[in-house]
Design a protein around this ligand. Structure first.
Ligand SMILES: [Zn+2]
Length: 264
């Protein structure tokens, strides 16, 4: 258990508590308004490329700084929510958050806790559970991220995967390794490969080849160490050149669909 979280409480709990406290129940969530309700001003200014956001609590100036150089508005909004997470969970210390920190979902890390908080704050479960009943696709994740919740694609993908009953997984890879993978509860394979496979479509991105704008079948053992050779999954990958990573959605047929196919 991380030292900051109170016993029995997840990072998401802190976000739900805050939404309740501020009586917020409409979308899209306004993280700047929430910061302001907590006495934290939000300013955009040019920061170094190694920093997406800053939480300043201990000095004369208190508030959140967001890097003006970040082009994506949804990423900026997620960054503000992430800094609010540090403020609420990590006892208002100063934080300087790198772009990689905003992509960290290893549950025992303060950066991951701030991301978990931000995901719950920006995409409350009461709204998202209806969306999680829709079939998984990259266009759906993009639509939810850009329009409905106005947050980052990676965090939206993770939120969807954690709440859906559909068998799917989302993953982030760089040229060296598959950094993390989140699987839905009904996804059949559990063990991710550590190195990006040359058989994956994500690999093409790092070879300078254009990625396909649609899901394609790929051998399941390209992504999962415990998948038999005969199994396939679909992969839809999107390159994020600024961060040097590829975000992928992996889906597979459910058992019921397999049964249905074999009956036809
Ligand atoms: Zn952070």
């Amino acid at each position: 258990m991380a030292p900051w979280l109170e016993q029995g409480r997840s990072a998401g709990f802190y976000a739900r508590e805050l939404l309740h406290e501020l009586k917020i129940n409409a979308l899209p969530i306004d993280p700047i308004g929430i910061a302001s309700a907590l006495g934290l001003g939000v300013r955009e200014q040019p920061l170094s490329s190694g920093c997406d956001g800053l939480l300043l609590c201990t000095g004369r100036v208190k508030g959140i700084l967001v890097n003006q150089r970040v082009e994506s508005q949804t990423r900026k909004r997620f960054t503000v929510a992430h800094e609010i997470g540090h403020f609420r969970i990590h006892q208002a210390r100063d934080f300087s958050c790198q772009p990689q920190a905003l992509l960290s979902w290893d549950e025992r890390h303060p950066e991951a806790e701030a991301n978990e908080f931000a995901a719950e704050l920006m995409m409350p479960e009461q709204f998202f559970k209806g969306d999680a009943e829709r079939l998984p696709s990259m266009p759906l994740l993009t639509e939810l991220a850009e329009s409905k919740y106005q947050t980052s694609l990676t965090s939206t993908g993770i939120r969807y995967t954690k709440l859906t009953d559909e068998p799917c997984a989302v993953t982030l890879a760089d040229v060296n390794c598959v950094r993390w993978m989140v699987r839905s509860r009904r996804f059949p394979f559990r063990s991710k490969v550590s190195k990006l496979s040359e058989n994956s479509y994500a690999w093409d991105f790092f070879q300078g080849r254009p990625l396909l704008h649609r899901p394609e079948l790929v051998r399941a053992d390209s992504w999962f160490a415990d998948a038999p050779e005969s199994e396939f999954v679909t992969e839809h990958s999107i390159g994020m050149p600024n961060l040097g990573v590829v975000f992928s959605l992996l889906t597979c047929q459910t058992q019921e669909e397999d049964d249905f196919d074999s009956e036809r």
